[in-house]
Write a protein that binds this ligand. Structure first.
Ligand code: PMP
Length: 296
């Protein structure tokens, strides 16, 4: 499903069939989770295929590599160009793009001298198939920023995310909501979190979360729409029974949330500010008509 017989991927300067791409089982990334990656989307817009916020994503990839001491010397310009080539070679338009920087064989816990760049892409609809979600407070927490580089997209951090999502699914929920080390609400396993109360939108400040590019876009859109947005720390008790809530992320886009720990949010998703933002977001990313779009 991620690749077909003739799908091409990029590996260290070469275009190779995804089905023939290989890695070393002694790779430090495989054993210790020391690699970095990105999740990016392209959309088939009125002006042709466009990668959404490509530069921001590649700046974050370079930042993540630097913070984890990986030697990685591609520029954002090179990475953006390679990504457009990847889409063209695979005739992809609405696609999800996965750059991965991983390192070579090394078992002694010291930095690896070289890194590898793998780029692949596939068609992927909204992560949650546009479902309005029932979520649960996770028993897992976001990693303490003092024990990891929390604002970098490091492969190893995602064990925590997978544990949280799996726990939620085993318990009959669609997704998890994780707290930070101080018991404040942080984010989802792969998305940032917002809630609405009395016509104000709240989200936590940076510090314990991945600084989402979609999150930043939602700030921009909210400003244009005149929605009040407040960054502050809050608890599960503040969120439960609020008017509405949603997740934001490249894969999730803007996904509405119906309930937290089986307590419904007061408003139907379609009546929330999040829903207006999600419509505007879709216009912005997919149609490039964002500026002219008026909410009715
Ligand atoms: N938090 C986490 C933990 C994530 O994995 C993601 C997805 N990259 C996000 C937030 C949202 O980030 P973005 O909007 O840049 O995709």
């Amino acid at each position: 499903m991620y690749y077909k017989e003739n799908t091409l991927s990029y590996l260290n300067g070469k275009w190779i069939k995804a089905s023939e791409a290989k890695t070393d089982l002694y790779s430090q990334t495989m054993h210790y989770g020391c690699g970095v990656f990105e999740g990016i989307r392209s959309y088939d817009t009125a002006d042709g295929v466009r990668i959404f916020k490509a530069e921001e994503h590649y700046q974050r990839l370079i930042y993540s590599a630097k913070k984890t001491h990986l030697n990685f010397d591609y520029t954002t310009e090179q990475l953006v160009k390679l990504t457009y080539d990847l889409l063209e070679k695979n005739e992809l338009k609405d696609a999800y793009i996965r750059p991965l920087v991983y390192v070579n064989a090394r078992m002694d816990l010291t930095p690896s001298a070289n890194s590898n760049l793998f780029l692949c892409a596939w068609e992927w609809e909204n992560l949650f198939n546009n479902k309005v979600l029932d979520i649960m407070t996770s028993s897992f927490r976001r990693p303490d920023p003092k024990s990891c580089v929390v604002d970098a997209k490091v492969t190893g951090h995602y064990t925590n995310s997978i544990l949280a999502t799996t726990e939620a699914k085993i318990n009959g929920f669609d997704e998890a909501l994780l707290l930070d080390a101080n018991n404040n609400v942080a984010e989802g396993p792969g998305a940032n979190f917002f809630y609405q109360k009395d016509n104000v939108l709240y989200t936590c400040p940076l510090g314990n979360i991945l600084p989402g590019i979609t999150r930043a876009t939602v700030f921009e859109i909210a400003k244009e729409l005149g929605f009040k947005m407040v960054e502050k720390y809050f608890t599960i008790a503040d969120v439960k029974g609020a008017d509405g809530a949603f997740f934001t992320g490249t894969a999730a886009e803007i996904t509405g949330i119906k309930s937290l720990d089986r307590v419904d949010f007061k408003l139907d998703w379609e009546d929330t500010l999040g829903y207006d933002l999600s419509r505007m977001y879709q216009r912005k990313v997919a149609h490039n008509e964002y500026q002219e779009f008026a909410l009715v």
